[in-house]
Design a protein around this ligand. Structure first.
Ligand code: HEM
Length: 500
């Protein structure tokens, strides 16, 4: 079959031509105006930099690459053919996060549902400004700094302590109890209800929220290669469809609550919760044809509050437990400090917070090394010049806050777990710590920062006051390891909590 013999080399030549074309097309994409970066490979770009790395080493190796190949802590890293500018330098990060021209969020396949509405996947436009302002003031009105919020979190902490006691000193994964506790706080603020942890409807909500996060992080590749979600029978497509099903269930859940709130809305009544406050504002603006106070917007904002406010705080608490298991001397010192201030009481209130500096410093050190949100993402909205580099509109920027948290200039001996670095010489909490940015900074810093700090403090002190934490015999824990995704979580672990 001479045609066959001829077809082989012809086919090979064609494949080589395509690869060569892809190589040149790809090579040409590295723009001379963007910051330099590590050498790229055709098709995959710098993905090799990430593949093969696990846990905390993934973002550490990224930071090393930025510092080695970039300029002034800024480098262009290619995800496939898509350039992303990574920054490790705090001064440049500050410029980016305070800028109006770089207020956008990277485009994502989730836009098919969010359509740039809500609070998170938005572009810093007037609608986002109005909604962010509303969210901040409403959250403040409904609780931040108010005693009812403290009472609510203490009530949750009591149920959490009961959940832990129910394990009867047997090893278990604490995350399963932390998520419903934290989720309940957002539920109370958003729609005025908290549930028993055993309530089926509520457990389903908490599960949907954590599943959503998990699916998203496992399907990260789809963000860089969006066609993957259409590949029939692939795991990417299965996860993409699971995400849609999940979003459909959450929409139905919140849609019903919104309907009930609409029905119970009475003119002149003061707002009871976030949904209610939003509807009161929508009613005020009913003649404004450009209003952003629509049901569409409300649904997406509430979904954002739940997703941003649940996994983040619950996972930080899981990290705090893990660090206490890994550093028993720190645990003992925190427990002694809490005992000395709280005495026979079971819970530390906000009134005594200032008398617990070492405990607060420990929570801060957990946040610094857990690096829950290692990357704060932006997208340029116009052409910008950053540190001399011309960056066109539409380019993704990733501020590597984890690199700042591990920068020895701000945190000497950066990988060591040392809460005392947050204390001054007289043992008081340092008021301002340059480089400590777990809630981000600038125009889009975390809306829930005060709420999260209150939750971390009350939940953490409650657990330390009520239990002795132990590693089950024959097992080990490693706080230096992590599961790396949109947020960084500890590897699943079990612990024993002996009631005191
Ligand atoms: C330990 C807990 C938390 C951590 C570490 C955390 C961290 C962050 C970070 C780093 C950002 C990105 C900010 C930026 O893009 O510059 C963010 C944004 C956000 N967070 Fe949090 N967060 C936590 C808890 C919460 C809570 C409890 C809520 C809800 C009440 C919340 C709601 C939000 C929202 C809505 C945004 C988007 C803000 C915007 O883009 O304008 N977060 N958070």
């Amino acid at each position: 079959m001479p045609e066959f013999i001829l077809q082989g080399p012809a086919l090979l030549a064609a494949v080589l031509c395509v690869l060569a074309a892809a190589w040149f097309a790809f090579k040409q994409k590295r723009s001379p105006t963007l910051p330099p970066g590590p050498p790229t490979k055709p098709i995959i770009g710098n993905l090799g930099q990430l593949l093969g790395r696990t846990g905390k080493d993934r973002y550490r190796s990224l930071a090393r690459a930025v510092n080695q190949y970039g300029k002034n802590g800024m480098a262009t890293i290619y995800f496939g053919s898509r350039p992303l500018i990574f920054i490790t330098n705090l001064d440049t990060i500050k410029i980016v996060l305070h800028s109006n021209e770089m207020l956008g969020k990277p485009l994502t396949v989730r836009d098919e549902f969010f359509h740039r509405k809500g609070l998170i996947l938005t572009d810093g436009d007037d609608a986002w400004k109005e909604q962010r302002r509303f969210a901040l003031s409403t959250l403040r009105d409904f609780g931040m700094g108010k005693t009812w919020l403290q009472d609510l979190i203490i009530e949750e902490a009591q149920e959490l302590v009961e959940d832990f006691k129910n394990a009867d000193g047997k090893p278990f994964d604490p995350v399963q109890c932390l998520t419903p506790s934290v989720c309940n706080v957002i539920a109370a603020i958003s729609y005025g209800q908290r549930f028993s942890h055993k309530d089926e409807k509520f457990s389903r909500l908490a599960l949907l929220i954590s599943e959503n996060q998990e699916i998203q992080s496992k399907n990260l590749a789809v963000e860089f290669f969006p066609f993957l979600r259409y590949v029939p029978f692939s795991a990417f497509r299965a996860r993409h469809l699971a995400w849609w099903k999940n979003i459909g269930d959450l929409t139905a859940f919140f849609g019903k609550l919104m309907e009930e709130h609409h029905e119970s809305l009475r003119e002149g009544e003061p707002p009871r919760d976030y949904l209610h406050a939003f509807m009161v504002e929508a009613a005020k603006q009913k003649d404004n044809s450009n209003t952003t106070f629509t049901d569409d917007q409300l649904l997406r904002s509430v979904l954002n509050l739940f997703s941003a406010g649940t996994e983040t705080t619950a996972t930080t608490l899981a990290w705090a437990i893990l660090y206490m298991l890994d550093y028993p001397a720190v645990f003992d010192r925190v427990q002694k400090e809490i005992d000395s201030v709280v005495g026979n009481g079971r819970y530390a209130t906000l009134e005594v917070k200032d008398r617990l500096p070492y405990t607060q410093a420990t929570i801060m050190e957990v946040q610094r090394l857990a690096n829950l949100v290692s990357i704060v993402a932006r997208r340029t909205l116009t052409d910008v010049t950053l540190d001399g580099f011309k960056i066109p509109a539409g380019i993704g920027i990733a501020a590597l806050s984890s690199a700042v948290h591990e920068d020895a200039r701000f945190f000497p001996d950066p990988l060591a777990f040392k809460p005392e670095r947050f204390l001054d010489q007289s043992g008081k909490l340092r008021s301002k710590v340059e480089g400590f940015i777990p809630f981000s900074i600038g125009k889009r810093f975390c809306i829930g920062e005060s709420l999260a700090k209150m939750e971390l403090y009350i939940f953490f002190t409650s657990l330390v006051k009520n239990f002795q934490f132990r590693i089950p015999s024959g097992e080990t824990v490693d706080s230096n390891d992590a599961v790396w995704s949109a947020i960084s979580s500890p590897k699943p672990f079990k612990a024993i909590f002996e009631a005191r």
